[in-house]
Design a protein around this ligand. Structure first.
Ligand code: IMP
Ligand code: MG
Length: 181
């Protein structure tokens, strides 16, 4: 059994402020062609990030496009199954494209690294990665995210798009899920 922490780990206000700054960091550093977002976890982050990117990039943002893919490696558990399934990538023309790959969280790093390899194989010119949350302690593969919202400890978190067995996604804050017994 799990229960939510008593207070949010990261409040909606803290998220809003950081996403604004993160968008400015991205806009200053990387002129990508297409932002690819990994559903479902990154949907809320992506909606907020793109609006902030529009403010930070000005007219440059008119030329940028967005695409969504579905990446899954988790079953109904807090441990990764380690197997990455990706849908929707085949519909996007990636040849020669500069890509900003966005996900909710880098945990073991398997998902993001796997996605980057697929983008590379599909002919992407350049790939940079952006995650709202990074659990560096849990890393199992050689992945360093280029843009990170928050570094967090080795805890399972929910809210702001992130789920546990598809629950909790609508919460505006990020909460820690604790095991009870
Ligand atoms: P990785 O492949 O181990 O890096 O895991 C990445 C994916 O696992 C993310 O896209 C999330 O969907 C999920 N995930 C990892 N940690 C958490 C967490 O703390 N809460 C919710 N989902 C998580
Ligand atoms: Mg996910």
């Amino acid at each position: 059994m799990y229960r939510m922490s008593e207070k949010p780990l990261i409040s909606a206000n803290e998220i809003r402020e950081r996403v604004t700054t993160l968008a400015r960091e991205i806009a200053a550093a990387y002129d990508y062609d297409i932002l690819i977002s990994a559903l479902t976890g990154a949907y809320m982050f992506t909606a907020d990030l793109t609006r902030e990117l529009a403010k930070a990039e000005g007219a440059k943002v008119y030329q940028k496009t967005i695409a969504f893919i579905k990446a899954s490696s988790y079953g109904n558990s807090t441990e990764s199954s380690g197997k990455l399934q990706v849908r929707g990538l085949e519909k996007i023309d990636l040849k020669g494209m500069k890509i900003l790959m966005v996900d909710d969280i880098a945990d073991t790093g398997t998902t993001m690294l796997g996605l980057c390899k697929m983008l590379q194989e599909a002919g992407a010119q350049e790939i940079r990665t952006c995650v709202l949350l990074n659990k560096q302690e849990r890393r199992e593969v050689d992945l360093t995210a280029d843009f990170v919202g928050f570094e967090i400890a080795n805890e399972f978190v929910v809210g702001y798009g992130l789920d546990y067995a598809n629950d909790y996604r609508f919460l505006p804050d990020i909460w820690t899920l604790q095991e009870t017994n």
